[in-house]
Design a protein around this ligand. Structure first.
Ligand code: PEP
Ligand code: MG
Length: 582
């Protein structure tokens, strides 16, 4: 008999393929899943003993973190923890927790979560910014204590059973980076977006993923059988035999299509009229270099080093970083590896790095701003990269550039690091190339002026679209506004590509647009000659490149640039290539 909760939910595919597996539902990963149980009078003493033990453990953890931050970042930043250490032992917090346990007869975790919300809420309403900050300190402490109290349960959430299909509201990059994704067959998110980091990661691993799946968490339960259709963006809950049979056929067809595409890998990425296009790979973990090699990428165009930082409990040392970068370089020999320096902040937070709470972190201290503010972190990474440059062609890519001054400041720090290495008699490439990401409208407008300071550019369409169209790239709510075919995006890309070419600077497109066949001809027509993309996407992009003519592509791009609305642009593009519609 068919399960009464069987059914189908529509979503948006962000990583193609078909997956069958067992649902593993995670509620609000990154935030914490809090169990709520009724307790007996006699349990209260035991619950409070757990609380007291957690406060002691939290204090020890904070002291360790404080020491680490003092050594690596500086004394002033380390002082942030003084207030938190005091708060952990705050008598009124303990009293509130105990009273909730006693009166409501609830477990310690639930009582603590409520008490934290109450205190944080009180402070956040106060005008004084000092008190508002205190509110985030309280939340931080609450999270730390809950993490300790729920340690086992939390780790179990990340310990995935083999063949799991993860169902969640959202996956934060720090959580995704810690999961053993080898166990994961598919991903279903209520939120998410095409360019969110969870989607980028699952695409690179070839894990079928569907996002914007409304009510996924209420309709799907752990252990439900799921079928994820990452081709059409559908999720089947406890599918019937006939649906499964239908999909077995589809799966075979998909596999045949994939293996036919695989043959493209060995062919050159040259247009019909003989224009050679360079195809490099985007990678995160060093293991991704294996895929880049397999798909014959002509080098690494974007090495997102933040993933190395996200999987650790503390800043990776120079030696650790050196080993990661060296592994990638050796796998790609003799091709160039473009290493983007740490790009955190926004939605990519390091659990061990205390950043001031900001209402709008995407517009806050992130990317290059953060590195310039904390030169010690920046210098350690530059030392590791420079040491690899002694034996391999590597380049440095600066994230989130908004001004020429930022590049100058970064270069000054790079020069200082070179001087240090020279004094230590360590070899490196003195002429190491430095590039800037063009992923803010400011950088796009200043491409000409930035050319004087950098050797190359890389267009990060993911953030460029986000900031140009004032649309959060991770939000399902405004996903319809996040539109790569918006006329402003096309004009901006055209201007950046043209300016870089006029200044004689190499420029590549490394955002998700580069890996989507719907945009390949357009990008070629706008002047793109270097693409950097997820390794698994290389065959299909090569196939499109080999089927188009650069002149025709230019005519198409010019025609699209003349249109004023997204709808007109989409219509014109889909008339041309119905099978590749965006
Ligand atoms: C981009 O913004 O397009 C980009 C490539 O960087 P990331 O996706 O890592 O932010
Ligand atoms: Mg970016």
């Amino acid at each position: 008999m068919e399960d009464k909760r069987s059914g189908m939910i529509l979503g948006l595919s962000v990583s193609s393929g078909i997956a069958r597996g067992t649902a593993h539902v995670i509620q609000d990963t990154g935030r914490i899943l809090i169990p709520r149980r009724t307790i007996k009078d006699g349990d209260i003493g035991g619950e409070m003993a757990k609380f007291d033990a957690a406060t002691r453990e939290a204090e020890q953890g904070l002291l360790r973190l404080q020491k680490d931050v003092r050594q690596k970042i500086g004394k002033r930043d380390a002082e942030i923890f003084d207030a938190q250490i005091l708060l952990v032992h705050d008598a009124s917090l303990r009293k509130e927790v105990a009273s909730r346990c006693q009166v409501q007869k609830i477990n310690i975790e639930a009582a603590l979560a409520e008490a934290i919300e109450k205190f944080a809420g009180m402070f956040v309403q106060l005008e004084d910014s000092h008190f508002r900050e205190k509110s985030s300190d309280i939340r931080d402490i609450g999270k730390r204590l809950l993490d300790i109290l729920l340690k086992r349960q939390h780790e179990e959430i990340l310990l995935l059973p083999e063949g799991a299909i993860i169902v969640a509201t959202e996956l934060l990059p720090s959580t995704t980076a810690r999961m053993n994704l080898k166990m994961v067959r598919g991903l279903v998110l209520e939120g998410g977006a095409q360019t969110s980091h969870a989607a980028i990661l699952t695409r690179s691993l070839g894990i079928p993923s569907v996002v914007h799946v409304t009510n996924a968490l209420t309709r799907i339960r752990t252990n439900d059988q799921l079928l994820v259709d990452g081709l059409a963006g559908r999720v089947f809950i406890n599918p019937s035999k006939s649906i499964l049979k239908e999909y077995e056929k589809l799966q075979k067809e998909f596999e045949a299509h994939q293996s036919a595409l695989q043959d493209e890998v060995a062919l050159p990425a040259t247009t019909l009229d003989g224009v050679a296009i360079k195809i490099s790979a985007n990678i995160g973990k060093s293991a991704d270099a294996e895929a880049a090699f397999r798909f014959r990428a002509e080098g690494i165009g974007l090495y997102r080093t933040e993933f190395i930082f996200l999987v650790q409990d503390q800043f990776p040392s120079e030696e650790e970083q050196y080993r990661f970068y060296k592994t990638v370089a050796e796998r790609m020999t003799p091709e160039e590896v473009v290493i983007r320096v740490l790009d955190v902040g926004g939605d990519k937070m390091l659990p061990y790095f205390p950043l001031p709470a900001e209402i709008n972190p995407s517009l806050g201290c992130r990317g290059i701003r953060l590195l310039l503010k904390h030169p010690r972190i920046f210098k350690t990474q530059l030392r590791a990269i420079l040491r690899v440059s002694a034996f391999h062609p590597v380049s440095i890519l600066l994230p989130m550039i908004c001004s020429v001054g930022e590049v100058m400041e970064a270069r000054k720090i790079l020069d200082a690091v070179k001087t240090e290495l020279r004094a230590e008699k360590l070899s490196f490439d003195a002429k190491i190339r430095v590039g800037a990401m063009i992923e803010t409208p400011a950088a796009a407008i200043l491409t000409g002026q930035l050319s004087a300071e950098v050797d190359f550019f890389s267009i990060g369409t993911n953030d460029l679209i986000q900031y140009l169209l004032t649309t959060d790239r991770t939000s399902a709510e405004v996903a319809t506004y996040y539109e790569p075919l918006h006329p402003a995006v096309l004009h901006m890309l055209k201007s950046v590509l043209e300016t870089a070419r006029a200044k004689g600077k190499s420029i590549s497109v490394c955002g998700e647009m580069a890996g989507n066949p719907a945009y390949t001809e357009l990008l070629l027509g706008l002047g793109a000659r270097n693409f950097s993309l997820t390794p698994g996407e290389i065959p299909q992009i090569k196939k499109v490149i080999r089927s188009v003519n650069s002149q025709t592509a230019e005519t198409l791009a010019n025609a699209l640039l003349a249109l004023r609305t997204i709808e007109e642009i989409k219509k014109r593009l889909s008339q041309r290539h119905p099978s590749r519609s965006a």
